[in-house]
Design a protein around this ligand. Sequence first.
Ligand SMILES: [Zn+2]
Length: 343
Amino acid sequence: MGWLDRWLGRKPFSSSQELLSDAQLVPTNWASSQPHLALLKRFLSARDAKDGFPDYWATAFGMSPQCVIDGMVAHGALEPLPLLEKIEFCHTVAELRKILSSRGLKVSGKKAELVQRLLEADPKDMEKLCAHRMILRCTPAASQGVSRWEAEQATALETATDDVIAALSNRNCKAAIRSADAYRNNKFEPPVHPAQEAMTIHPAPRSIEERANDLATVFTMRPKILKGLQPEQWEGLYLNYAVWQLLGRVAPEKCMPGFAGFGVMDSATVTRMLSFYVKHQRDLARWRELGIKRATIFGVGGCEACLALYNKTFSLDKLPELPYKDCTCDLGCRCLVRADLGI
Ligand SMILES: [Zn+2]
């Protein structure tokens, strides 16, 4: 703690007593707090304490991020850079050369050598030069805490993926959804900027029964563009799609081992084609409910078969299945479709 006393004695960057006492409210068990670990992660390499965190992160901490940073310093999780490194961080080579030249010193050499030369010539002055800035980085203990947390997160995602695959292999959609929800609820999501939050439309919460039914339906879908897939390939594809929907990641190595491609399509493309089909089927069902009668296919670029459909309007009953079965695009069908309102 010697360095801390010395540093506080010099000039703490939270100069008011009030802020310092707030900093003492930062929990000492930061190593088990995800928001605190997320904060520390940003300091794995040195950064200026002032641009460490936006204020809206206060919702995650229950206090201003600046107070948390102060507290992390007090707890020995963050430490200021030693002077030499701090000067290196705060100044460009060009700036250092300018200072050297103004003092009649040699301007050649690597950055660390330039700093060393300036420090030897006038250590006090160099200290003053960037005294107003507080550059912090994780202490070794904090770095270890962050690494441990990252490893735990990766393990939790793999476990959740395995659980979801196991449940879906038995067609237990509810169990799969529960596993995925448990993982997501426990995963730290960084706070969102209030302006962005205000622009976000949150879909109405749906019952687990509804979600399970929707998921079960996907396992019966057979988009024509993928006609010719082998039974085990369909199974792997459904699993990969479901893992993506539930956990936000694909896992072809677990769901589709040995998948060598389907024509020109790789595992990512066939998964995207199934997703396109599912979305299109759901859109169609909703449009029918709304009494919409027609839709127009459009798009930019694509194979001849797709181009032939662009800007054509169809009644919903005659609308070609999308993704289009005759599409030969490497990356799969890219047709888009819009409902014609008011017809
Ligand atoms: Zn195409």
